[in-house]
Design a protein around this ligand. Sequence first.
Ligand code: GDP
Ligand code: GDP
Length: 455
Amino acid sequence: AAEEGFDLEDVEGAIEEAGHGPLPVLAVVGRPNVGKSTLVNRIIGRREAVVEDKPGVTRDRVTYEAEWAGRRFKVVDTGGWEQDVLGIDASVAAQAEYAIEAADAVVFVVDAKVGATDTDEAVVRLLRKAGKPVVLCANKVDGPSGEADASYLWSLGLGEPHPVSALHGRGTGDMLDKVLEALPEAPAQRFGAALGGPRRIALIGRPNVGKSSLLNKVAGEERVVVNELAGTTRDPVDEIIELGGKTWKFVDTAGIRKRVHLQQGADYYASLRTAAAVEKAEVAVVLIDGSESISVQDQRIVTMAVEAGRALVLAYNKWDTLDEERRYYLEREIETELGQVAWAPRVNVSALTGRHMEKLVPAIETALAGWETRVPTGRLNAFLGELVAAHPHPVRGGKQPRILFGTQAGTKPPRFVLFASGFIEAGYRRFIERRLREEFGFEGTPIHISVRVRE
Ligand code: GDP
Ligand code: GDP
């Protein structure tokens, strides 16, 4: 490193930063209008989270990356929820439940001006049951005169209320310090294999693609009856299913099986559930209805899994209904709409007939293997040396930036840091990713490449 002009400490720092595993997750929960979205915006330091919270406006985006005091984490915003047919208590409880389930710590937002309501008490019961660390945010304390309101919230029994003005930023720094204390460095027990447990699968996809049918098919008929009874509770359930001679944990299967028909906020609810399942899983199986055109919603769900850095399998369902013409158009759609994840293993299945069910496990195993691949530094640099010699970066402003060396900083998914003598253009980065995939496989996994430029 030194002879290439990089300080060894910088190199080590860059590798450590790029090699971070999955980020811990913070959920922000509370009643509507207490200021959750405003607070999330504060935390992520951007204005993008609060889209117009009009009823009926689809909010797909529920997780954001944030950083405070040099630590990175994810924030789950549950502010997109509208009261629905379930009634206010049930709907707040339902959204909070999924968010809490997926989280490593929770910020519970209460409107200090209003004080604790019955709905707040209902959320407190959920929080107690979940046993996750909680930071109590007494919001809308815009000035010193509001601090007394905040102190009334001791009555919730969640410890010290932190007076905050999400709107003006007052007190949010102190509260975030507390959040960092509550948040573990790494997500807890999320990746089963490391602990010798079953691998965790999130079966996701838009409504009616056949998720519950597929789950029923793989779980076997008898268990389904049992689980439908259990499904009368609102608990998200992880289900252990034996497949291909191994045990797998399908996360959040109650969410799949539950046939609650919501009106307002249903899309948002589905997004929150999907995000929560993805957070808990190692591999996402995205189910797509092959009989219908690939939609923006399908793409968003795929993107959610990729952005979360999970292994990915694409399963095209309802294959039994596809005629030759539809199959032809489906192939074209896959190329144009999902070309960016052409690296994901693909299976064409029918949850109805059981077609190609046996191909699901090998596809999942392939994706997990890609996700865990580690390329030895020597091999990587031999490859990079040849690549750079054969295909140098285009000359820009009389200079030719060069990749000098690189290393794989982490796995799950694979993360690379490349060290360069000058700015490396996006096109060349994509070229490197493509060549890395050709050389080393990485089937079924997103890969991250960060480039450090010598001063
Ligand atoms: P959510 O439904 O919990 O996500 O709540 P929002 O973030 O959408 O906020 C609801 C309303 O409360 C908005 O009109 C905000 O501007 C307002 N609000 C949020 N935080 C504060 C605060 O700290 N002080 C005051 N005065 N108003 C706030
Ligand atoms: P979910 O909302 O994703 O859980 O979807 P469901 O499992 O409830 O399925 C939605 C509808 O599609 C139901 O009527 C199923 O019977 C039907 N369905 C699911 N899988 C298949 C399949 O492989 N072939 C056919 N023909 N229909 C299917």
